[in-house]
Design a protein around this ligand. Structure first.
Ligand code: PHE
Length: 314
């Protein structure tokens, strides 16, 4: 019997053997039942055998359980020293980065951030901006119109109307967001991003505008930027200008439009143009991002290609 226990290989076999010895009809159980008829010496022998066998079973059980556990540990362990796949971390998109930087600069100048809907009504995108229905500037912008007469906003200037309507004057705000026009090449996409600044108070002048633009660009590009303005035309500003900045190669780059807010626009927002005046400026910050980070194809911004983003240093 002892050898039989020692040779057992599995817990299941051990259990079966145990039952055949100590179970209801087990051999040892039977022996123990006859104890009353045995002499003292014979009892001592049975008792010793009983104790020894039980001990043996116990030891065998521990041995088998330990072996099972070790086998499990050997197959299921985790090798924490193994190299894993490199983590694929997300990065901030260059456009988001530029937007955050420009916003932070304008906020530091005291401008507060406003947003507006991308599907705009005619009033905010055109009419209030002194661009009535027959006005040629509506055509200039090649807009995406919806069937109900609304439009995918062609410029963030719509946000300045919303801000003036809601806040009144004095006001120092900037609007930021996506804008839409029908164009597509390496430097133009049908959806692009504009930022618009507006400052209306009693004594705001064109030279304040020029100083603001210069400070904004210099902060963004982290060096002293030379700018120039050229006469231009926008229905919602008078006078209207376009502003350029001198790039590293000495070339003038056109950056955006600006001007003194047209009295009609102020009147449309219930502001008295005889008392208040101010400037507005707007530009695409996709362009700003391209220049600052040295990226040359605008379309890549929208491809969502992580390899390109990584190679761009983001
Ligand atoms: N909204 C003009 C554009 O899209 C830019 C602009 C903004 C011009 C504010 C003047 C004042 O080109």
């Amino acid at each position: 019997m002892k050898d039989e226990v020692k040779n057992i290989k599995t817990l299941e076999e051990l259990q079966n053997l145990y039952t055949s010895v100590f179970g209801k009809n087990g051999t040892m159980t039977a022996k123990l039942k006859t104890m009353a008829t045995l002499s003292n010496e014979e009892r001592a022998v049975v008792n010793a055998e009983n104790t020894e066998l039980r001990q043996l079973f116990k030891e065998k059980q521990t041995e088998l359980e330990t072996a099972t556990l070790n086998a499990k540990l050997a197959t299921e362990y985790i090798d924490v020293s193994l190299d894993c796949e490199p983590e694929n971390r997300g990065t901030i998109h260059p456009l988001t980065q530029a937007m955050k930087e420009i916003s932070a600069i304008l906020e530091s100048f005291g401008y507060s951030l406003w947003t507006g809907p991308e599907i705009e009504d005619d009033w905010h995108n055109f009419t209030a901006l002194n661009t009535p229905e027959y006005h040629p500037a509506r055509d200039m912008q090649d807009s995406f119109f919806l069937e109900n007469g609304n439009v995918l906003r062609t410029q963030t200037s719509s946000i300045q109307i919303r801000a003036m309507e809601k806040n009144g004057v004095p006001i120092k705000m900037f609007g930021i967001g996506s804008t839409y026009r029908k164009e597509m090449d390496a430097t133009h996409a049908p959806m692009f991003h504009q930022i618009e600044g507006l400052y209306i108070d009693k004594n705001v002048t064109l030279s304040d505008l020029i100083g603001t633009l210069r400070a904004l660009l210099s902060k963004f590009f982290e060096r002293d930027i030379e700018i120039r303005i050229r006469p231009s035309y926008f229905p919602f500003t008078e006078p209207s200008v376009e502003f350029d900045m001198k790039w590293e190669n000495g070339k003038w780059l056109e950056m955006g439009g600006a001007g003194m807010v047209h009295p009609n626009v102020l009147k449309n927002c219930n502001i008295d143009p005889n008392e208040y005046q101010g400037f507005a400026f707007g530009f695409g910050w996709d362009r700003m991002a391209m220049l600052k980070y040295g990226l040359n194809d605008l379309r890549k911004f929208y491809d969502g290609d992580i390899r390109w983003l990584k190679n761009s240093g983001f």
